[in-house]
Design a protein around this ligand. Structure first.
Ligand SMILES: *[C@@H]1O[C@H](CO)[C@@H](O)[C@H](O)[C@H]1NC(C)=O
Ligand SMILES: [Mg+2]
Length: 264
């Protein structure tokens, strides 16, 4: 009986291997395969490889104006943001920010500032995305605002540490967010609750003034006003390219990972 079972399992394993080899040689989805080593069993993971490539494309801003996460990458993105890699990537970005910040000669006029975006930079909306799908569903304004109005977003822990280090260096903090003016109170309350106790300015979007304008235009224009007020933007950190592109971007910019959504 044991021998029979052994033969059966061996047969199964062999057939499975054959099926995989067949798929690799003839499947249409596997254009990346020739780049991989031909020996070993590394070929199983083609869908994951393509999601990793998708994420790299997103972070490098080669893929732009995307509306949702590709459905086949939902699990990949979920595992990424809930797992160690997102935290590690976030830590790396913030650490580079600190290595740079500590080289800056901070003046004693209180005009050296660091611009922080809020969503997915300072505060995390992962509880919302965990409930509604990791970026595979189209953005729903009603549902998202209901979540924001709870004021329950946790801090991104690595950003929060970086924020404290900047304060210790004597650098002032300016929050510049696409959240609308009407969310000022709840945003301030949320920030304070999770450890962001002080700031020079909290700039929210005047949706009348910037109606129909992109985030790049809105944020550039608000940063310009800051510089006209005499502030020096020594650094600027955000999860979207629209946080760090445009004009008056600051002496250095830092891009945090975000495979959940794209804002132009
Ligand atoms: C957003 O979600 C609400 C509540 O579930 C729903 O009524 C509404 O139709 C959704 N809006 C869009 C644009 O899908
Ligand atoms: Mg953001």
């Amino acid at each position: 009986m044991k021998t029979l079972l052994f033969i059966f399992v061996t047969l199964l394993a062999t057939c499975h291997g054959d099926v995989l080899n067949h798929v690799h040689e003839h499947g249409s989805n596997f254009k990346i395969f020739p780049l991989r080593m031909k020996t070993g069993s590394g070929g199983h993971y083609i869908p994951e490889v393509s999601c990793a490539s998708w994420r790299l494309g997103v972070e490098a801003h080669n893929i732009i104006d995307w509306k949702t996460v590709p459905i086949e990458c939902e699990n990949y993105v979920g595992n990424y943001v809930l797992g160690d890699q997102y935290r590690a990537d976030s830590k790396f970005v913030n650490r580079e920010g600190f290595y740079y910040a500590r080289t800056v000669n901070v003046a004693d006029d209180g005009k050296d500032i660091w611009v922080f975006d809020i969503d997915e930079t300072t505060l995390s909306n992962l509880p919302y995305y965990a409930k509604h799908g990791f970026g595979v569903n189209p953005y729903n304004d009603t549902l998202f605002n209901e979540w924001v109005d709870l004021g329950a977003a946790p801090a991104l822990p690595e950003t929060q540490k970086f924020y404290n280090k900047l304060l210790n260096l004597g650098i002032k903090i300016v929050f510049l967010t696409g959240r609308p003016l009407k969310q000022r109170d709840i945003t301030a309350k949320n920030l304070k609750k999770v450890g962001y106790h002080t700031w020079e300015k909290l700039i929210l979007k005047d949706t009348t003034l910037y109606h129909g304008k992109t985030a790049v235009t809105y944020k550039s224009s608000e940063r310009k006003k800051l510089e006209e007020e005499g502030y020096r933007i020594i650094g600027n950190i955000g999860d979207q390219w629209s946080d760090i592109l445009g004009t008056n971007t600051g002496s250095r910019t830092f891009k945090l990972p975000d495979p959940l959504y794209y804002i132009a």
